[in-house]
Design a protein around this ligand. Structure first.
Ligand code: SF4
Length: 361
């Protein structure tokens, strides 16, 4: 029996014990509750049922091939217009060289970038083919739904055809970015040039139907309401009922420090980050994994998040540029030994996995 300081959590506890789905109103009660320990206890019940003491991580590297972007979303400090002194684009040779500088063999290569105005469609296919050839053991987790839409535009192909081409070139799964918050109100204000939430979901649905699993993110802690967060979570849950193709949900706290919103929005607090994690675990009853993305949360808070529903600590990383540009202060890589210590000290059992969440022996 859990003792709650917020009496609104008791009926939700009963629903969880009966495996009943939580609805929008339940979600609002969770978000409005300040009984953080109660929320963590509820989320831990669910994560224990799904994963017992297991916490996953992957031995991976990130590739941010270019930050030049046509969209220039207001919350993004990574995307730069062409000609900006901080703009860069790596060629395939440079990417391979950078990957080879770090420890190997890599299990997963995580590839995302801006919407580059002139890189041709073949660059993306060639990039995957080359990485597959150079790192045959690595699974390629590449391109957000926003990039997939861009590739459809520059190739004049449909998204299904683009996804098939990428799969043939070596793609294993999609990383899940670009979802932000699906609300039209938010997108109009913060990222008017970005694809709509509806289009994002359509691309994820198409990928799932082609046997390409994806992850899903939500960028929270800017100008969205709790209601808009819940609409986002429920839209993902609905699509997952239909396709079963989401592997993992990743709540991403907004890092305002270097964005256009730095004067209007304060960074999230640890309290809000842990609450978000717990609510995600409770609402997304059909998405198996929940990630504490240590690059944005910080290592210490990501460790605590394991007691708030998270069962995945992402990976060892190396070379990640998005949080660099956004003012993230967390160190840039973890060794296997460090990541396993973080998991064990929190009372869990580390499980090294591949990009598709298969445990590695
Ligand atoms: S969030 Fe993505 S699409 Fe928006 S500016 Fe940044 S890189 Fe470009």
């Amino acid at each position: 029996m859990i003792k709650f300081s917020d009496k609104n959590l008791s009926p939700i506890y009963e629903k969880i014990r009966e495996n009943s789905r939580l609805d929008f109103e339940d979600g609002l009660k969770l978000f409005r509750s300040n009984d953080l320990i109660g929320l963590g206890s509820l989320a831990s019940l669910v994560r224990e049922k799904l994963h017992n003491k297991k916490v996953y991580y992957v031995f991976n590297q990130h590739v941010n091939y270019s930050n030049i972007c046509l969209n220039l979303c207001k919350f993004c400090a990574f995307g730069k217009p062409p000609g900006d002194p901080e703009a860069y684009a790596l060629n395939i040779e440079e990417i391979v060289k950078k990957l080879k500088e770090n420890p190997s063999p890599i299990q997963e290569i995580h590839i995302v970038g801006g919407l580059h105005p002139t890189l041709p469609y073949d660059f993306y296919l060639e990039l995957l083919k080359t990485l597959k050839r150079e790192f045959p053991q690595a699974q390629l987790k590449a391109f957000t739904c926003v990039e997939i839409d861009h590739l459809a535009k520059i190739s004049s192909k449909g998204i299904e055809e683009v996804l098939k081409d990428l799969k043939e070139a070596g793609l294993s799964c999609l990383p899940g970015g670009g979802a932000e918050v699906f609300s039209e109100r938010i997108r109009k204000k913060l990222c008017p040039n970005k694809i709509t939430g509806k289009r994002w979901l359509e691309i994820a649905r198409t990928a799932h139907k082609l046997g390409i699993p994806t992850n899903a993110t939500m960028l929270y802690g800017h100008i969205e309401t709790y209601e808009e967060r819940l609409e986002h979570l429920i839209a993902l849950r609905k699509l997952q009922d239909e396709t079963g193709g989401f592997l993992c949900f990743i709540p991403l706290p907004f890092l305002p420090q270097k964005s256009y919103l730095k004067k209007e929005v304060a960074p999230t607090t640890g309290f809000e980050d842990l609450k978000m994690m717990a609510v995600a675990r409770l609402m997304l009853d059909n998405i198996p994994h929940l990630k504490a993305y240590w690059i944005f949360l910080g290592i210490k808070l990501a460790q605590v998040a394991l007691h708030f529903g998270a069962n995945d600590l992402h990976g060892t990383v190396y070379e990640e540029k998005i949080s660099d540009f956004s003012g993230g202060e967390t160190k840039k890589a973890l060794s296997r030994k460090e990541i396993e210590r973080i998991i064990r000290e929190a009372g869990f059992e580390p499980v090294e996995r591949d990009a598709l969440y298969n445990p590695l022996s």
